[in-house]
Design a protein around this ligand. Structure first.
Ligand code: NAP
Length: 506
């Protein structure tokens, strides 16, 4: 026991105390016995999801008596490392009465040292010409949001069979997962089913989790690769996402180079320009992206490194094309959306809370039909090889306009100055019933030397202007254009969210 400043007795916690407590919490959340826990194992390996992790964080705050950054759960990913770090912080808290964890005590990462592409990945021969009519294409991310629309577009706009990487125990389960995902977005067509072929594997494993023979056979059979899969998570650090997003991309590049050279169509993200070095600058499609300092989200960090690997492969002679979407919104005609994405969760959370943050933020989003159509069309143009494209909305809207449309449906929702809104989230959002709860680390965590939250770092003044001029030019001869974000489109999104039961408005 130690004597606190207020001369009341305060309990001390050792690493062992905290470890024992954490083991009990993990067991309670995922329903396993303490004997099944290995404190050196990653917490992720117990299948802890974001909501369960946030519950442990909340309880830890009560247990230890000080605010705890959820990000630590991922920066110290095992029970052993986390317990040790929490015990150290507990001592510091007791001694110095510090108010909260500072993110800058998290181990620093030099992303430039992560940009290393296996030297053996190099095209086996010169790439002579694009295959005009591919017989087989390989797609990753087919069980995801964009992936579903890419499958549909590839089935419509090519005659190719679409081999889809999918995590499943057997081919029937793999096919079922792909079918269920297409059905979720109203895209399933029985008559095209035979052209969708599951390839069981895992992006985060060497050779995509395939045997060497399977990998070779796939490499020999396919004519092009569309790499859309990634682990999207706003809380995990770089280390937790690296295997899928960075090393997985390396395996895709390996596949492209083996047996015969195949073009790679890589879905990147505008998040690669999150470094403060780009603030206020106009970024064109073919501009370099050397700055990584000040990219804070682990996800964005992995996208930056992965695209750098793709670029190295391009410099070694692999034909690659890069597509950088902004936030991907629902379908512009049907309104069907990904209810797990940031836009939908934020919308639902703010409606439940009755307020939204009044910040200077341009909502840079493009409907999924525009993104998928543009990718497939551009991938079929020979001039696209070696280039990058920005699938930005040419006329993004301000977030205030977005919430004004929500207000027209639910008059009680009000704008609130950002700091006041943060306090409201901290005080009133106390359970996973409100989606803002799982977004708390993203919304409340303070990053950077200036101690800003991610939404503050994304404010207009800190962002680059991402130009899509060359992309629009490349699409000019197609019938593809980005639908306006207006009250009509927003009405479609809202109707879909309300009809599906996701959103309740007064
Ligand atoms: N959504 C956006 O707003 C946005 C914005 C910019 C860029 N992007 C990029 O667009 C791409 C697609 O995003 P999305 O919104 O469609 O994401 P999503 O809905 O979360 O889908 C992710 C896909 O990746 C797959 N995946 C993840 N880890 C895997 C692994 N280890 N092995 C095999 N497959 C794995 C998932 O498979 P399971 O079903 O098995 O999990 C799923 O099919 C990503 O590259 C993302 O970075 C998205």
């Amino acid at each position: 026991m130690v004597l606190s400043d207020s001369h009341t007795l305060q309990k001390t916690y050792t690493t062992t105390d905290i470890q024992t407590w954490l083991i009990a919490q993990v067991c309670e959340q995922v329903g396993i016995e303490p004997e099944e826990i290995d404190v050196q194992e990653s917490l992720e390996s117990y299948g802890l999801n974001s909501a369960q992790a946030m519950t442990i964080v909340s309880k830890a705050e009560q247990f230890l008596g000080f605010p705890l950054s959820p990000v630590w759960l991922w920066h110290y990913p095992t029970i052993a490392t986390l317990s040790q770090r929490l015990a150290e912080e507990f001592t510091l808290e007791s001694q110095a009465k510090q108010g909260s964890f500072a993110v800058d005590t998290i181990p620093k990462l030099d992303l430039s040292t992560e940009v290393v592409l296996d030297a053996t990945i190099s095209p086996v021969s010169a790439f002579l010409d694009a295959v005009d009519e591919p017989k087989s294409v390989f797609l990753t991310g087919g069980t995801g949001f964009l992936g579903a629309f890419l499958i549909q577009e590839l089935l419509q706009k090519t005659a190719a069979d679409v081999y889809c990487l999918v995590r499943a125990a057997h081919p029937e389960e793999g096919k079922k997962r792909l079918q269920q995902n297409l059905e979720r977005y109203n895209l399933w067509q029985d008559e095209l089913s035979d052209r969708i072929i599951p390839v069981l594997g895992d992006l985060s494993q060497p050779l995509l989790g395939l045997s060497s023979a399977q990998f070779q056979m796939l490499a020999g059979n396919i004519d092009a690769i569309y790499h859309s899969a990634a682990l999207l998570n706003y809380v995990y650090p770089y280390s937790a996402l690296k295997a899928a997003n960075v090393l997985g991309t390396q395996e895709i590049l390996r596949l492209a180079c083996q047996f015969k050279v195949k073009p790679v169509h890589y879905v990147s993200s505008v998040a690669i320009f999150e470094s403060a070095n780009y603030a206020g600058k106009v970024i064109k499609e073919q501009d370099e992206f050397d700055h990584w300092e000040g990219i804070y989200l682990g996800y964005s960090q992995t996208k930056w490194v992965a695209e750098k690997l793709v670029k190295i492969a391009r410099d070694r002679g692999l034909p690659v094309t890069i597509y950088r979407p902004p936030l991907i919104a629902g379908h512009s005609k049907t309104g069907v959306s990904n209810v797990d994405d940031f836009i939908c969760l934020m919308l639902k959370g703010c409606v439940q809370l009755g307020s939204f943050p009044d910040i200077d933020y341009m909502l840079d989003m493009s409907p999924v039909d525009y993104v998928s159509q543009a990718i497939v069309y551009l991938s079929q143009q020979k001039e696209s090889i070696g280039k990058a494209f920005h699938l930005q909305h040419p006329r993004p809207i301000h977030i205030r306009e977005f919430f004004e449309w929500v207000k027209s449906l639910n008059h009680s929702i009000q704008p609130m100055p950002y700091e006041q809104w943060q306090a409201e989230v901290l005080n009133s959002v106390c359970s996973v019933d409100n989606p803002l709860y799982t977004l708390r680390p993203f919304l409340l965590e303070k990053w950077s030397d200036e101690q800003l939250t991610i939404p503050e770092l994304y404010m207009q003044v800190r962002r680059p202007q991402i130009s899509c001029e060359q992309t629009l030019k490349a699409l000019a001869h197609s019938d593809i254009s980005c639908p306006s974000i207006d009250a009509q489109l927003f009405g479609k999104y809202l109707s879909n969210l309300i009809d599906s039961g996701f959103l309740q408005v007064a």
